[in-house]
Design a protein around this ligand. Structure first.
Ligand code: MD5
Ligand code: FE
Length: 203
């Protein structure tokens, strides 16, 4: 079922639940080629969230800043191709939320361990901010913080669970958001972790 959050943002609850096993098998194959890494931010902090990517472009951060690149700077290799099942899920969910013609060229895969968090931020490294972002949650649940257009604006708290898909478009594309520290637990599919796939049109 669809749960509107704010203008342009829609939760498709449990939309990917039946595909979760298949999606995680693909994540395992991608990580076997390009392992999850804790990147260092331009400010010198090690991120508590570990990341890898698939698709033509991948997002990463280092001392120079944040950027999309066609290769993993750590390994010097191209990112693994985006599996057709990923691409189809993202395009279909975007269309269900009213964004037809979404063709992602980047999929960032975030892995949260107990205590891992994402502090409030905006996603604005993509070229065309009219394109939505599609996010798929897998494994342990997490509390998502959904704020406004200033860092200090009040936040809604939304629990995101296995198979939940959120489409962030329209004016919601530039809202501040984050993830509270992951509570420890064991999930039958992902063990001690939460994974999040974010599909983006970077260029
Ligand atoms: C996550 N990831 O659960 C989230 C899901 C990231 C990130 O935030 O940057 O990797 S994507 C949530 C999102 C994207 C774009 C806009 C908004 C939320 N928003 O307006 O709240 O790992
Ligand atoms: Fe984000």
């Amino acid at each position: 079922w669809q749960e509107p959050l704010t203008e342009g943002a829609v939760i498709l609850r449990r939309r990917a639940r039946d595909m979760a096993g298949e999606l995680m098998a693909q994540v395992g194959q991608i990580a076997a080629q390009n392992p999850f890494e804790h990147r260092i931010t331009p400010g010198g902090h090690r991120m508590s969230v570990a990341m890898t990517n698939c698709g033509d472009l991948g997002w990463s951060t280092d001392s120079r800043g944040y950027q999309y690149s066609d290769q993993d700077e750590a390994s010097g290799q191209r990112w693994p191709a985006m599996p057709a099942s990923f691409r189809n899920l993202a395009t279909t969910c975007a269309a269900e939320a009213g964004f037809s013609g979404f063709h992602p060229d980047a999929c960032l895969i975030n892995r949260y361990e107990p205590g891992a968090k994402l502090t409030l931020h905006q996603d604005k490294d993509e070229r065309d901010l009219r394109q939505p972002i599609v996010s798929v949650s897998l494994g342990l649940p997490a509390v998502f913080l959904f704020g406004g257009f200033e860092r200090s604006d009040a936040c809604q708290r939304v629990l995101l669970e296995q198979g939940d898909v959120v489409v962030w478009g329209g004016s919601s594309r530039l809202r501040y958001h984050g993830i509270l520290p992951l509570k420890p637990g064991i999930h039958p599919l992902t063990g001690a972790f939460r994974f999040n796939l974010t599909f983006r049109r970077a260029r």
